[in-house]
Design a protein around this ligand. Structure first.
Ligand SMILES: [Zn+2]
Length: 265
């Protein structure tokens, strides 16, 4: 069993205050769970803090991890196979419950296929910011707005377990450090490939960039279409949901925010 140690990092120890790359792991070696092999960079926290935003980046970089996420991340191949079999069984139950015959030819392998797909849709639980950002923060005096726009995002609504898809735009104003451009897409991908709310996804991406770079400001805007709205419920096929998270200069200065919004349009 995993020790259920609540996340208790002093305020000065949070990712907000320190660069994700240089975060130390004060609890390393004291956890003891998971059969020992905890050396190396991938040792996420064992329990989920109360809020997905505090701290935005914990010292292991997993960001709002749960006990299950840690178990999944550290699973042996046998445990992973067992997990997939258990998940397949649940899909078989779903097939029965909707009035299908899981033993007919067309559906025989569907539970296993869907189990694999579901694990792929949520592979962000196995990723952490520390390894994503790895060696891609560069010292640079550039202090003008940098924008990476139209990053495609595929995520899963945590209320209905159906997809929402769209695009995310990330902007920031550096203060001494820049991040390799491809990393923004990878950060968005990490948070998107978990069960999400669009609001939380947007804010988590913004807070991660802030924690990693300590820039003058961060802006994240996401526009997406939710299948739970399109295929069920109100069945509004053209509705787009737009969320934004503005930090630092983007929150304080209307002009900066407007420049960003103009450039991502
Ligand atoms: Zn939904």
């Amino acid at each position: 069993m995993l020790p259920s140690v609540p996340l208790a990092i002093p305020a000065s120890d949070t990712g907000r205050a320190r660069n994700a790359l240089t975060l130390s792991r004060p609890h390393l070696g004291s956890g003891g769970g998971g059969g020992g092999g905890v050396a190396g960079p991938l040792t996420p926290e064992t329990s989920r803090p109360g809020s997905p935003y505090a701290p935005p980046v914990n010292y292991d970089g997993l960001s709002w991890p749960s006990v299950g996420a840690k178990e999944r991340l550290e699973a042996t191949p046998e445990q992973a196979a067992e997990r997939q079999e258990k998940l397949s069984g649940a899909i078989r139950t779903i097939l029965e419950c909707i009035g299908e015959d899981p033993t007919r030819e067309g559906l025989l392998d569907t539970p296993a296929r869907y189990a694999k797909a579901m694990l792929y849709f949520t592979h962000g639980y196995e990723q952490n910011l520390r390894s994503i950002v790895n060696n891609a923060v560069f010292r640079e005096d550039h202090d003008e707005m940098v924008i990476v726009k139209d990053i495609e995002v595929f995520s899963m609504c945590e209320h209905h377990l159906v997809p929402f898809t769209g695009r995310i735009h990330i902007g920031y104003i550096p203060k001494g450090h820049v991040l390799g451009l491809s990393k923004f897409a990878r950060i968005a991908e990490m948070f998107a490939r978990r069960l999400q709310l669009q609001e939380r996804l947007t804010r988590q991406v913004a807070m991660a960039v802030e924690a990693i770079l300590k820039p003058l400001g961060v802006a994240v805007v996401m526009e997406s279409s939710h299948l739970c709205m399109v295929m069920r419920g109100v069945e509004k096929t053209t509705a787009t949901t737009i969320t934004s998270s503005m930090l630092g200069a983007f929150r304080n200065s209307t002009r900066t925010r407007e420049e960003f919004m103009h450039l991502v349009r």
